[in-house]
Design a binder for this molecule. Structure first.
Ligand code: CDT
Length: 310
């Protein structure tokens, strides 16, 4: 019997600097409702979904900085999303800026994504590992990308979770360009990787890459899917946000590397596909049978036994 899951890639259009969390959550609820009406089990939202992409501004006031972050999830404005998702029986994945205070009272700032089950419970949390951009104020750029100023890399690497009847992992934006992102999860038997992104169409360090942004976006996710026998869902915050044009082209990719569904606008839009997770085995048990063919002894990367292996 097929292990089907219907997934929605809930792309967001621009979010202005002045837009409140409540206004954004309204937009998320609308996408969630559409997803539910169209049979989704899981709706995936982009990176830093709840606000504008604030790392484009250099801020120095810690109180002002922390206003862009969530210290609890769900918080007062996001609880509505959790409650409605549980009522509808639809799970979701949400990217947001997280403040975490550790046992020693030290405050950490992460670029985070969570996976929420159909009953509203958080089953997994991932904190972005590959933090791109620059650490210092560079006001001469047309716009800044100060992720390395605001976020520290997540400490836990790439984990997977048993949820939605399959094995699910998460990655965030720049992570998708790195092959080890997929392989580390692939070796844990991942069947569905959820990736949110904010990708400006202008890349200051090397503008000749601008015209290739869409190509590179699909190239890395399609090859990551194929080389690890997994579905990949890539979800953008696209369109012109505060003067910065960002890539849309959200996609749902099969383990064959083929695109199963894609958004066609740069705004709020949901692309939906029903995925048979058992289809991963056509790749996991043949060309990419890691137990049989992967040369783990050379790389120190060991595969985990897979529950669903046939
Ligand atoms: N958000 C994010 O990770 N964006 C990067 C662009 C970085 S350019 C400085 C990406 O890889 O799409």
């Amino acid at each position: 019997m097929a292990r089907d899951i219907t997934v929605g890639a809930a792309q967001m259009g621009p979010i202005s600097r002045g837009e409140s969390r409540t206004e954004v959550v309204d937009r998320l609820l609308s996408l969630l409702e559409t997803g539910a009406q169209r049979g989704c089990d899981l709706v995936v939202f982009p990176e830093l979904t709840l606000t504008t992409f604030f790392p484009r501004w250099f801020l120095t006031d810690n109180v002002e900085i922390d206003r862009w972050f969530e210290s609890e999830m769900p918080g007062p404005e996001t609880k509505l999303l959790f409650d409605r998702a549980a009522e509808l029986g639809v799970g979701f994945s949400l990217g947001y800026a997280e403040i975490f205070v550790d046992g020693d009272g030290i405050k950490h700032h992460y670029n985070t994504q969570i996976l929420v089950e159909r009953d509203g419970s958080v089953v997994g949390k991932y904190r972005k590992v590959h933090v791109p951009g620059h650490e210092h104020d560079e006001p001469d750029r047309p716009f800044q990308h100060l992720e390395r100023y605001y976020f520290e890399p997540g400490p836990s690497g790439f984990e997977v979770w048993n949820a939605f009847g399959g094995v699910i992992g998460m990655a965030i934006c720049n992570d998708r360009r790195w092959s080890e992102t997929y392989r580390v999860m692939g070796l844990q038997g991942v069947e569905l990787i959820l990736i949110g992104y904010n990708t400006p169409l202008h890349y200051s360090p090397d503008p000749q890459q601008n015209a290739l942004a869409g190509f590179h976006n699909h190239l890395v996710m399609q090859s990551g899917a194929y080389q690890n026998g997994t579905y990949v869902v890539g979800v953008a915050k696209g369109g012109i946000e505060e003067g910065v044009d960002s890539l849309a082209q959200s996609v749902i990719i099969a383990p064959s590397g083929q695109i199963k569904a894609q958004c066609i606008t740069t705004g709020d839009e949901i692309a939906i596909a029903t995925l048979d997770l058992d289809y991963c085995d056509f790749y996991k048990n043949t060309l990419f049978d890691f137990d049989r063919y992967h040369q783990s002894q050379h790389f120190g990367l060991i595969s985990q036994p897979r529950e669903h292996k046939r």
